[in-house]
Design a protein around this ligand. Structure first.
Ligand SMILES: Cc1cc2nc3c(=O)[nH]c(=O)nc-3n(C[C@H](O)[C@H](O)[C@H](O)COP(=O)(O)OP(=O)(O)OC[C@H]3O[C@@H](n4cnc5c(N)ncnc54)[C@H](O)[C@@H]3O)c2cc1C
Length: 423
């Protein structure tokens, strides 16, 4: 087994992923992103034979999911992988908001009294490699890279596995539970016919990466009128810049050329001017990502369950996606394992319904918070922008208020675990 690179580890499993095969498992997990990889690890730790199908040969996705919120870090600790990840991660010390050139909110994460109080920045391929490496230490792990799910196997009104395109032809996985962790477009959700309502973000977001210019690793949000940029440090000495424009604004900007982008960036983050001028030669140095959110009313049907972005795509505001992917896996694994160990199909379906009941309110809270933050970003008129600054300054001035607003975003799971532990 190898585990030091950024790709998935090679594992001796008895299944040749490159040859068409029929595989029997307790659980078939579709998608090896954060949700699927964390679920597979949690399930094999609970003694279940778990196939993990991933269509991609590696996990390289440069502009996604690098920020791990404090609760995400806590979940990784509970999965037993934090020690392996921490040495390569960057610890983020604070959050700063500047509006019209002035700092209006400054939050040191050290102020929060939780075991895991700092977000970490870590490339997602490394996170996925470590989760797979840890899962491979258990005999029940069956990784199937380059397997693309193309259909569901159904018997007696239940899903009993999947059909997949594999490097060696068609493959089948038979399992009592199929867990769809195949991301925001979720082909498995579509195959299952579970309805989903998608809402596009009302702004354009352009991503670019620039050398880090600040010594203190912090999340920085820069607002001016109805434009804003999020500046996220990463562990590789660069900063991810998410440059936000009102919907349609990007077309206008592109027509004006890269110089106009640099000028607007300069208005929001003048510290980056020098490096941006050197690094951004043309539009190919930027990436435009299609961002939307999706609400899925029902996350399960007999023998099949959704998790992560497949169940609830959130917007990237406040870096909530990976946290909810890990939290879903943490909630689903013990419920599903108990039903698979001791119960029949009815017990399994009750466990899937229980998992949705448990997780849906937390996702709804994050979604509401993101919507509030999105609205603040769009306040463009001078009075509205002044009110926005007042809101941020009020938060800045009152630590208890700051805690009330930020704890549900970053520390909800640690808080509820503390409450459950109290006699
Ligand atoms: C621009 C951007 C930036 C973001 N930044 C952050 C951030 O900093 N922090 C954060 O917490 N979140 C961030 N997110 C959100 C985060 O990336 C997602 O919420 C998270 O990756 C969801 O994990 P997942 O496992 O549910 O889905 P995914 O990560 O999308 O993984 C799904 C996997 O399923 C595989 N798959 C799909 N179809 C099939 C198939 N038919 N067969 C087999 N495999 C299949 C895919 O190849 C993929 O590997 C960002 C999102 C975007 C778009």
């Amino acid at each position: 087994m190898t585990g030091t690179g950024t790709g998935p580890p090679e594992v001796a499993t008895g299944v040749d992923a490159d040859a068409a095969a029929e595989v029997d498992a307790d659980v078939c997990v579709v998608g090896g992103g954060p949700a699927g990889a964390a679920l597979a690890l949690a399930l094999v730790r609970l003694g279940l034979r778990t196939a993990l199908l991933e269509r991609a040969p590696d996990g390289l996705r440069p502009f996604r999911g690098e920020s791990l919120s404090p609760d995400a870090v806590w979940h990784l600790d509970r999965l037993g992988v934090l020690d392996r990840l921490a040495p390569e991660a960057l610890t983020v010390r604070g959050l700063e908001v500047a509006d019209a050139g002035r700092t209006v909110l400054s939050v040191p994460f050290a102020d929060f009294p939780h075991a895991h109080r700092f977000p970490l920045e870590l490339p997602q391929p490394r996170l996925l490699a470590v989760l797979a490496e840890a899962a491979a230490e258990h005999p029940g792990f069956l990784p199937l890279p380059r397997w693309t799910v193309t259909g569901l196997l159904r018997e007696g009104g239940r899903t009993v596995g999947v059909r997949a395109a594999t490097p060696g032809g068609e493959g089948l996985v038979r399992a009592r539970l199929t867990a769809a962790a195949d991301g925001r477009h979720s082909p498995t959700r579509r195959l299952a016919g579970l309805p989903a309502a998608t809402t596009p973000l009302r702004r354009d977001v352009l991503w670019l990466r620039l050398p880090q210019v600040w010594s203190e690793p912090a999340y920085r949000i820069r607002i001016r009128g109805d434009r804003h940029a999020v500046l996220l440090p990463d562990s590789g000495g660069t900063v991810r810049v998410g440059f936000n424009l009102p919907k349609g604004g990007l077309r206008e900007l592109r027509a004006q050329g890269v110089a106009a982008l640099l000028e607007r960036l300069d208005q929001l983050a003048p510290e980056l001017s020098g490096v941006a001028g050197q690094q951004i030669g043309d539009w190919s140095d930027t990436a435009l990502l299609d961002i939307f959110s999706t609400v899925v009313p029902t996350w399960w049907q007999p023998g099949l369950v959704l998790l992560g972005d497949a169940a609830h795509t959130l917007s990237p505001v406040l870096g909530q996606g990976v946290h909810h992917a890990l939290a879903d896996a943490a909630a689903l694994a013990p419920l599903a394992a108990a039903a698979l160990h001791d119960g029949g199909p009815a017990a399994l379906d009750a466990a899937l319904a229980g998992y949705q009941r448990r997780r849906q309110p937390a996702v709804a809270r994050s979604r509401a918070l993101q919507a509030r933050q999105e609205r603040l970003f769009t306040w463009a008129s001078p009075p509205a922008a002044a009110l926005r600054r007042t809101v941020y300054r009020a938060l800045d001035a009152a630590a208890p208020l700051r805690r009330r607003v930020l704890e549900p975003v970053y520390f909800a799971d640690q808080l509820s675990a503390q409450e459950e532990d109290q006699p």
